[in-house]
Ligand binder design. Sequence first.
Ligand SMILES: C[S@@+](CC[C@H](N)C(=O)[O-])C[C@H]1O[C@@H](n2cnc3c(N)ncnc32)[C@H](O)[C@@H]1O
Length: 236
Amino acid sequence: MSTAAEHYEHHLGPIYVWMAGGAEAALQAGSAEIEALNLPVTRGAVVLDLGAGFGMHSIPLARRGARVTAIDTSVELLRTLTELRGDLPVHTVNDDLLGFQSHIAEAPSAILCMGDTITHLPDFGAVEKLIERASVKLSPGGMLVVSFRDYSVPLIPVRSDETRILTCFLEYEPEAVLVHDILHERAAEGWQTRVSHYRKLRLSPERLIDRLQSNGFKVRREAGMRGMVRVVAQSV
Ligand SMILES: C[S@@+](CC[C@H](N)C(=O)[O-])C[C@H]1O[C@@H](n2cnc3c(N)ncnc32)[C@H](O)[C@@H]1O
Protein backbone atom coordinates (compact mmCIF):
# COMPACT_ATOMS: atom_id res chain seq x y z
CA MET A 1 0.00 0.00 0.00
CA SER A 2 1.15 3.54 -0.77
CA THR A 3 1.24 6.43 1.69
CA ALA A 4 -0.98 9.35 0.68
CA ALA A 5 2.14 11.29 -0.40
CA GLU A 6 3.37 8.37 -2.57
CA HIS A 7 -0.09 7.83 -4.04
CA TYR A 8 -0.24 11.47 -5.14
CA GLU A 9 3.35 11.50 -6.35
CA HIS A 10 3.13 8.38 -8.51
CA HIS A 11 -0.55 7.96 -9.29
CA LEU A 12 -2.97 10.84 -8.82
CA GLY A 13 -0.68 13.92 -9.10
CA PRO A 14 -0.15 13.70 -12.88
CA ILE A 15 -3.90 13.28 -13.61
CA TYR A 16 -5.40 15.28 -10.74
CA VAL A 17 -6.37 18.35 -12.78
CA TRP A 18 -8.00 16.09 -15.40
CA MET A 19 -9.83 14.18 -12.66
CA ALA A 20 -11.19 17.50 -11.36
CA GLY A 21 -12.63 18.30 -14.81
CA GLY A 22 -9.77 20.54 -16.04
CA ALA A 23 -8.22 23.64 -14.47
CA GLU A 24 -10.72 26.19 -15.76
CA ALA A 25 -13.84 24.30 -14.68
CA ALA A 26 -12.30 23.38 -11.32
CA LEU A 27 -11.28 26.97 -10.56
CA GLN A 28 -14.78 28.13 -11.45
CA ALA A 29 -16.26 25.52 -9.10
CA GLY A 30 -13.77 26.52 -6.38
CA SER A 31 -14.67 30.15 -6.87
CA ALA A 32 -18.40 29.41 -6.54
CA GLU A 33 -17.73 27.46 -3.35
CA ILE A 34 -15.65 30.31 -1.86
CA GLU A 35 -18.41 32.77 -2.80
CA ALA A 36 -21.04 30.61 -1.09
CA LEU A 37 -18.97 30.37 2.08
CA ASN A 38 -18.97 34.11 2.65
CA LEU A 39 -15.76 33.98 4.69
CA PRO A 40 -14.67 36.91 6.87
CA VAL A 41 -11.82 37.62 4.45
CA THR A 42 -11.04 41.25 3.74
CA ARG A 43 -8.41 42.52 1.29
CA GLY A 44 -4.95 41.54 2.57
CA ALA A 45 -6.30 38.97 5.06
CA VAL A 46 -4.14 35.92 5.67
CA VAL A 47 -5.72 32.59 4.69
CA LEU A 48 -4.29 29.09 4.95
CA ASP A 49 -5.24 26.37 2.49
CA LEU A 50 -4.21 22.98 3.89
CA GLY A 51 -3.81 20.24 1.27
CA ALA A 52 -4.29 22.95 -1.33
CA GLY A 53 -3.66 20.71 -4.35
CA PHE A 54 -3.46 22.77 -7.55
CA GLY A 55 -5.17 25.75 -5.90
CA MET A 56 -8.85 25.17 -6.57
CA HIS A 57 -9.67 27.34 -3.53
CA SER A 58 -6.36 29.20 -3.00
CA ILE A 59 -6.52 30.91 -6.39
CA PRO A 60 -10.13 32.18 -6.09
CA LEU A 61 -9.32 33.45 -2.57
CA ALA A 62 -6.25 35.31 -3.81
CA ARG A 63 -8.39 36.81 -6.61
CA ARG A 64 -10.62 38.21 -3.86
CA GLY A 65 -7.60 39.90 -2.26
CA ALA A 66 -6.48 37.37 0.36
CA ARG A 67 -2.82 36.55 0.97
CA VAL A 68 -2.86 32.76 0.80
CA THR A 69 -0.41 30.20 2.13
CA ALA A 70 -1.03 26.92 0.29
CA ILE A 71 0.45 23.84 1.98
CA ASP A 72 0.65 20.44 0.32
CA THR A 73 2.86 17.36 0.34
CA SER A 74 2.63 16.99 -3.46
CA VAL A 75 5.42 18.78 -5.30
CA GLU A 76 3.67 18.09 -8.60
CA LEU A 77 0.38 19.72 -7.56
CA LEU A 78 2.16 22.72 -6.05
CA ARG A 79 4.04 23.12 -9.33
CA THR A 80 0.71 23.22 -11.17
CA LEU A 81 -0.61 25.73 -8.62
CA THR A 82 2.41 27.95 -9.23
CA GLU A 83 1.74 27.89 -12.98
CA LEU A 84 -1.96 28.67 -12.54
CA ARG A 85 -1.63 31.43 -9.93
CA GLY A 86 0.32 33.84 -12.17
CA ASP A 87 1.06 36.97 -10.12
CA LEU A 88 -1.53 36.28 -7.44
CA PRO A 89 -0.31 36.28 -3.81
CA VAL A 90 -0.34 32.52 -3.16
CA HIS A 91 2.71 31.33 -1.28
CA THR A 92 3.28 27.59 -1.72
CA VAL A 93 4.79 25.37 0.98
CA ASN A 94 5.71 21.73 0.53
CA ASP A 95 5.03 20.29 3.98
CA ASP A 96 2.66 18.19 6.03
CA LEU A 97 -0.45 20.21 6.81
CA LEU A 98 -0.15 19.54 10.56
CA GLY A 99 3.01 21.68 10.51
CA PHE A 100 1.09 24.76 9.33
CA GLN A 101 1.96 26.89 12.38
CA SER A 102 5.60 27.19 11.34
CA HIS A 103 4.59 28.80 8.03
CA ILE A 104 2.51 31.75 9.22
CA ALA A 105 3.64 34.98 10.86
CA GLU A 106 0.13 36.45 11.32
CA ALA A 107 -3.14 35.02 12.68
CA PRO A 108 -5.18 33.73 9.72
CA SER A 109 -8.78 34.89 9.16
CA ALA A 110 -9.60 31.49 7.69
CA ILE A 111 -8.10 28.03 7.52
CA LEU A 112 -9.41 25.73 4.79
CA CYS A 113 -8.94 21.98 4.63
CA MET A 114 -11.20 21.14 1.73
CA GLY A 115 -11.89 18.63 -1.01
CA ASP A 116 -11.55 15.51 1.17
CA THR A 117 -8.04 16.38 2.37
CA ILE A 118 -8.72 15.79 6.09
CA THR A 119 -9.44 12.07 5.47
CA HIS A 120 -5.78 11.67 4.44
CA LEU A 121 -4.73 12.19 8.06
CA PRO A 122 -3.64 8.93 9.69
CA ASP A 123 -6.17 8.82 12.55
CA PHE A 124 -8.65 10.80 14.61
CA GLY A 125 -5.82 11.92 16.94
CA ALA A 126 -4.33 13.84 14.00
CA VAL A 127 -7.74 15.43 13.31
CA GLU A 128 -7.86 16.52 16.97
CA LYS A 129 -4.38 18.08 16.66
CA LEU A 130 -5.51 20.03 13.60
CA ILE A 131 -8.58 21.35 15.46
CA GLU A 132 -6.56 22.35 18.55
CA ARG A 133 -3.87 24.10 16.49
CA ALA A 134 -6.48 25.92 14.39
CA SER A 135 -8.36 27.08 17.51
CA VAL A 136 -5.13 28.57 18.89
CA LYS A 137 -3.96 30.22 15.67
CA LEU A 138 -7.16 31.61 14.09
CA SER A 139 -7.90 35.29 14.61
CA PRO A 140 -11.05 35.97 16.73
CA GLY A 141 -14.11 35.28 14.55
CA GLY A 142 -11.91 33.38 12.07
CA MET A 143 -13.25 30.30 10.30
CA LEU A 144 -12.05 26.73 9.93
CA VAL A 145 -13.71 25.10 6.91
CA VAL A 146 -13.48 21.36 6.36
CA SER A 147 -15.12 19.47 3.50
CA PHE A 148 -14.81 15.74 3.13
CA ARG A 149 -16.54 12.55 2.04
CA ASP A 150 -18.55 10.62 4.54
CA TYR A 151 -17.23 7.12 3.86
CA SER A 152 -19.94 5.47 5.89
CA VAL A 153 -21.82 5.14 2.57
CA PRO A 154 -20.42 3.20 -0.45
CA LEU A 155 -19.04 5.33 -3.31
CA ILE A 156 -17.57 4.55 -6.70
CA PRO A 157 -16.38 7.83 -8.23
CA VAL A 158 -15.46 7.48 -11.91
CA ARG A 159 -14.30 9.83 -14.65
CA SER A 160 -13.59 8.75 -18.20
CA ASP A 161 -13.00 10.05 -21.72
CA GLU A 162 -11.60 8.58 -24.96
CA THR A 163 -8.06 8.31 -23.59
CA ARG A 164 -8.45 7.69 -19.88
CA ILE A 165 -10.73 5.83 -17.45
CA LEU A 166 -10.43 6.23 -13.68
CA THR A 167 -12.35 3.81 -11.50
CA CYS A 168 -12.21 3.62 -7.77
CA PHE A 169 -13.28 0.96 -5.35
CA LEU A 170 -13.30 1.10 -1.61
CA GLU A 171 -12.45 -1.55 0.94
CA TYR A 172 -13.77 -0.82 4.40
CA GLU A 173 -11.96 -1.18 7.73
CA PRO A 174 -13.54 -0.12 11.04
CA GLU A 175 -11.78 3.30 11.18
CA ALA A 176 -10.46 3.70 7.63
CA VAL A 177 -11.17 2.89 4.02
CA LEU A 178 -8.65 1.54 1.53
CA VAL A 179 -9.08 3.52 -1.69
CA HIS A 180 -8.03 1.61 -4.82
CA ASP A 181 -7.61 3.94 -7.80
CA ILE A 182 -7.50 2.01 -11.08
CA LEU A 183 -6.34 4.04 -14.04
CA HIS A 184 -6.55 2.87 -17.68
CA GLU A 185 -4.74 5.11 -20.18
CA ARG A 186 -4.67 4.72 -23.96
CA ALA A 187 -1.08 4.59 -25.26
CA ALA A 188 0.27 4.00 -28.79
CA GLU A 189 0.57 0.28 -28.06
CA GLY A 190 -2.93 -0.02 -26.53
CA TRP A 191 -4.53 0.48 -23.13
CA GLN A 192 -2.20 0.52 -20.11
CA THR A 193 -3.41 -0.07 -16.55
CA ARG A 194 -1.93 1.35 -13.37
CA VAL A 195 -3.26 0.54 -9.92
CA SER A 196 -2.45 2.06 -6.54
CA HIS A 197 -4.19 2.09 -3.21
CA TYR A 198 -3.91 4.12 -0.02
CA ARG A 199 -5.72 4.59 3.27
CA LYS A 200 -8.25 7.32 4.09
CA LEU A 201 -10.00 8.01 7.37
CA ARG A 202 -13.69 7.19 7.86
CA LEU A 203 -14.37 10.48 9.58
CA SER A 204 -17.84 10.83 10.99
CA PRO A 205 -19.23 14.38 10.62
CA GLU A 206 -20.85 14.08 14.07
CA ARG A 207 -17.52 13.16 15.73
CA LEU A 208 -15.71 16.03 14.00
CA ILE A 209 -18.44 18.52 14.97
CA ASP A 210 -18.43 17.30 18.58
CA ARG A 211 -14.66 17.81 18.82
CA LEU A 212 -14.85 21.27 17.22
CA GLN A 213 -17.54 22.32 19.70
CA SER A 214 -15.52 21.06 22.65
CA ASN A 215 -12.66 23.26 21.39
CA GLY A 216 -14.97 26.29 21.59
CA PHE A 217 -15.96 26.62 17.93
CA LYS A 218 -19.47 27.61 16.80
CA VAL A 219 -20.26 25.05 14.10
CA ARG A 220 -22.57 24.72 11.12
CA ARG A 221 -22.86 21.74 8.78
CA GLU A 222 -23.92 22.00 5.14
CA ALA A 223 -23.78 20.18 1.83
CA GLY A 224 -20.42 20.65 0.08
CA MET A 225 -19.46 20.12 -3.55
CA ARG A 226 -19.59 16.70 -5.26
CA GLY A 227 -21.54 15.06 -2.46
CA MET A 228 -19.14 16.13 0.29
CA VAL A 229 -20.05 17.20 3.80
CA ARG A 230 -18.88 20.74 4.61
CA VAL A 231 -18.30 21.81 8.19
CA VAL A 232 -17.75 25.51 8.89
CA ALA A 233 -16.42 26.29 12.35
CA GLN A 234 -16.10 29.84 13.70
CA SER A 235 -13.67 30.70 16.43
CA VAL A 236 -15.39 32.77 19.16
C1 LIG B 1 -8.26 15.28 -2.47
S1 LIG B 1 -6.97 16.47 -2.72
C2 LIG B 1 -7.80 18.02 -2.42
C3 LIG B 1 -7.05 19.20 -2.97
C4 LIG B 1 -7.75 20.57 -2.81
N1 LIG B 1 -7.96 20.93 -1.44
C5 LIG B 1 -9.05 20.60 -3.61
O1 LIG B 1 -10.12 20.80 -3.01
O2 LIG B 1 -8.97 20.44 -4.84
C6 LIG B 1 -6.01 16.23 -1.26
C7 LIG B 1 -4.73 17.03 -1.26
O3 LIG B 1 -4.13 16.95 0.03
C8 LIG B 1 -2.75 16.69 -0.10
N2 LIG B 1 -2.35 16.02 1.15
C9 LIG B 1 -2.70 14.79 1.59
N3 LIG B 1 -2.21 14.58 2.82
C10 LIG B 1 -1.54 15.70 3.17
C11 LIG B 1 -0.84 16.11 4.33
N4 LIG B 1 -0.72 15.30 5.40
N5 LIG B 1 -0.26 17.33 4.35
C12 LIG B 1 -0.37 18.16 3.27
N6 LIG B 1 -1.04 17.83 2.15
C13 LIG B 1 -1.63 16.63 2.10
C14 LIG B 1 -2.61 15.88 -1.37
O4 LIG B 1 -1.31 15.97 -1.90
C15 LIG B 1 -3.68 16.54 -2.24
O5 LIG B 1 -3.19 17.64 -2.95
